[in-house]
Design a protein. Structure first.
Length: 341
């Protein structure tokens, strides 16, 4: 039930109850009134969650958010209305969903991925907006600075550890000289992440070959072109490519070229390895921020957080398939994931 509907029903019930008690010569005690008010306020919490599209990384982030909200006592259908919406990558959908959250006077709105957060921020400059996994909040125009956001938005920056990821490729492929970097130009986060990867690769002495795409339909051709020229392909945080990871891996496999992605879930989808945060763990961190804001913290002065923890994720089956060797220095502490069916 939407929050306005709940509010109206509670008001009507209160009026009827008071009328009946007055007819019987009774009064409502202050304690009973206070308890009813507290319960009403608790039931009125409305949380809008807008996810950009469907793929494992974003799905796990949202799962972590929901679990953390539940752990803090915000359970959909019990004491909160949690309105989760998936825009399926459509800009018009994001705009209409964001406007719907605003029309329901949401207490907070959470945007999972940069375009979703931008849609929410554009829809309201008053309702708190929680940034869920935004690569560059400042560059995306969402905050004035990480330390002092300055308006109604704050949250989590999942800035890619590009230097460490390129160093990991060097460990797996010490004789590699050329790295292919592939990303979409349809998202700010992908552009920023891709450009940082290009610089990190160049700093390590790799020759860099870049291919950009605009939709998932471009993935196969771009991947095949790269695979003919490079020793490995790197994919940054990119929601378009994440949605078509299987296509990328199939094209690279045809040439025996390993793919090193930025996200742990993309390793499971056929990547060899990465150094990255857990997507679910990021979700719980975002959920903690949301709870703080719900409890009264001011997003304008609440610093944007960085990811707290990263790990090495390795797909043993893909390593074996490509005839690679896992460096001994990273094997002991690595997290091994199974190749997705």
């Amino acid at each position: 039930m939407m929050r306005n509907g709940i509010k109206n029903m509670l008001r009507l019930s209160s009026v009827m109850a008071i009328g009946l008690l007055a007819a019987c010569g009774n009064t409502v005690s202050e304690n009973d009134s206070s308890a009813a008010t507290n319960e009403s306020e608790q039931e009125q919490v409305y949380i809008g969650i807008l996810q950009l599209t469907t793929h494992p990384a974003l799905d796990q982030i949202t799962e972590g958010i929901l679990d953390e909200l539940a752990a803090a006592g915000y359970v959909d259908g019990e004491n909160a209305t949690i309105d989760f919406q998936n825009a399926q990558g459509d800009q018009a959908n994001m705009k209409s969903i964001a406007e719907s959250f605003v029309s329901h006077d949401a207490d907070i709105m959470i945007g999972v991925a940069t375009p979703a957060a931008q849609a929410l921020k554009n829809a309201s400059d008053e309702i708190p907006v929680i940034l869920g996994a935004v690569q560059d909040p400042v560059g995306a125009g969402l905050v004035e600075s990480l330390e002092a956001p300055g308006s109604n938005a704050t949250g989590l920056s999942n800035r890619t550890p590009s230097n460490e990821q390129m160093a990991l490729i060097k460990q797996f492929l010490p004789d590699a000289t050329t790295i292919g970097v592939m990303y979409t130009t349809a998202e700010d986060n992908a552009i920023i992440s891709g450009q940082r990867a290009e610089q990190a690769a160049a700093d390590l002495g790799f020759e860099v070959v870049t291919r950009t795409i605009t939709t998932t339909n471009d993935i196969a051709q771009a991947a095949e072109s790269l695979a003919k020229e490079v020793d490995a392909i790197y994919v940054p945080n990119d929601n378009v490519i994440a949605s078509g990871m299987a296509t990328l891996v199939d094209a690279a496999d045809a040439f025996g070229i390993p793919v090193f992605p930025a996200a742990d879930t993309m390793v499971k989808d056929g990547g060899v390895a990465t150094f990255a945060p857990s997507q679910y763990g990021m979700g719980t961190q975002i959920g903690q921020i949301a709870v703080d804001i719900l409890k009264g913290a001011d997003p304008a002065t609440y610093p944007v957080q960085l990811v707290k923890e990263n790990s090495v994720y390795i797909n043993q089956a893909k390593v074996d398939e490509l005839g690679l060797t896992i460096p001994e220095e990273i094997k002991a502490d690595a997290v091994f994931v199974e190749l997705a069916e």
